[in-house]
Design a protein around this ligand. Sequence first.
Ligand SMILES: [Zn+2]
Length: 190
Amino acid sequence: MFNSLATSWFRLIGQPCFKVYGKARRENEWRVVEVYATSRRDGDSRWPAPLFRGTCITWTASVVAVGWDFAAMVLREQALSPASRDRPVEVVGGRFRDWRRRLAAAGSEQVSTSEVLAHECGHTWQARRLGFAYLPVGALFTLFREGSHWWNHFENQASEEGQFGGIVNNSVCSELIEKLGSDQRDVFIS
Ligand SMILES: [Zn+2]
């Protein structure tokens, strides 16, 4: 109930910049998650970090908010190597901040924006389970990030569980397409 009300509110204030398939590893069915871009979350925003500037946040089971610059980076990455529901992107080694785990998983130390989106998809699953309780929990624990303490569990779990199964066909908004280079534009206009 809370999730559907909150999601309707997001639809009132705007249009998603694109939609993605997302789920947790333990979920069987892919869900459609709407990604909203706002300049408050751009890397050069004057709004305070870490809740706004340069960060992504999952608001409900089907709404993630990101910066326009982040959204454009996701599309550039996806144009080069698209994720799909058969080959979803996951956080390498289930961690952003543990380079040993990342290298052991044959991944790179460098974090991609598609991995960050996979992590957010992990939060959408938490939001789905927790409903209204997700919001205060999410805002609080996101600040603690990953780590080995009990209060890091929430972030660790999102990194371990999240799967990003690609961008939904024809869901990229025109405003974002305009921000892309002409070589990438063709990929997302079909
Ligand atoms: Zn997180």
